[in-house]
Design a protein around this ligand. Structure first.
Ligand SMILES: [Zn+2]
Ligand SMILES: [Zn+2]
Length: 251
């Protein structure tokens, strides 16, 4: 399984981070297509930069419907249509179907350009897509939201999406090879619906995890990176790093 972090930023622009998105690839040698998790603004350009063909990305999971996680979805649909691909299998939390209907209603010329199959998911549900087993994990955010635990070839990755540190994510993290967790702000901020290193460390301390990568970084994290990593490395005793756009993780 190969993971490419396309966007590790948030809704506020930063020079080196676009909004949320990552590719999980079970392996082109096995003829599996890449699967996209979240599609915030800037992700379409990052798909191009990653070397993947956007027309091969017809399977998309959305963790929630905040703009910084879905703002480029229609742009991807249009790019694919212009290159003769109209298929879109979209998975997301409750409301995803209505959201896409409303979005397409605002662009009537797009309505017959996409052939969608939408599946609304709930925590605990498991789906199989392109060589990946994807389990939905309960998270706590300002909107209905999901984390995704992805297993392929004996390796497991958990992507938190946007959330406060929650027990369900901690439980699902036990024994994973890789945890990609949001860490929106450093501990100098008090936040709800999001995570800081200290609040995550308190929850996750002692949980056996192979490797942690932090994502969904607000500009306010700049300069605090070393401290953020240290707090979590001490809590979990595993390698912790700050994710960056176009980072490739082979596992
Ligand atoms: Zn959000
Ligand atoms: Zn977000």
């Amino acid at each position: 399984m190969k993971i490419i972090l396309l966007g590790t930023g948030v809704a506020i622009p930063q020079k080196d981070r676009v909004q949320s998105g990552l590719i999980v690839d079970a392996g082109s040698d096995k003829k599996y297509n890449p699967v996209l998790f979240d599609c915030g603004c800037g992700v379409l350009q990052r798909i191009y930069q990653s070397g993947y063909r956007h027309t091969n990305i017809t399977n998309v999971f959305l963790s929630h419907l905040h703009l910084d996680h879905c703002g480029d979805l229609l742009a991807l649909v249009k790019a694919n249509w212009l290159c003769d691909t109209t298929e879109l299998n979209l998975w997301g939390p409750v409301g995803t179907g209505q959201w896409l209907d409303d979005l397409l209603a605002a662009y009537p010329y797009m309505q017959d350009k996409v052939d969608t199959r939408i599946t609304e998911l709930d925590s605990g549900q498991v789906v199989e897509v392109e060589g990946l087993e994807v389990e939905c994990v309960h998270t706590v955010h300002a909107l209905p939201s999901l984390g995704f635990k992805v297993t392929s070839g004996g390796k497991t990755m958990l992507y938190s999406g946007d959330t406060e540190p929650v027990d369900d994510i901690v439980k699902a993290s036990v024994g994973v090879d890789l945890l990609i967790h949001e860490c929106s702000f450093p501990d100098t901020f008090e936040v709800t619906n999001h995570t800081t290193p200290g609040t995550l460390a308190d929850k996750i301390e002692g949980t056996p995890i192979g490797h942690i990568v932090l994502t969904h970084l607000y500009p306010q994290t700049r300069g605090f990176e070393a401290g953020m990593v240290k707090v979590l490395a001490e809590a979990c005793g595993c390698p912790v790093e700050i994710g960056y756009d176009l980072q490739i993780i082979d596992m």
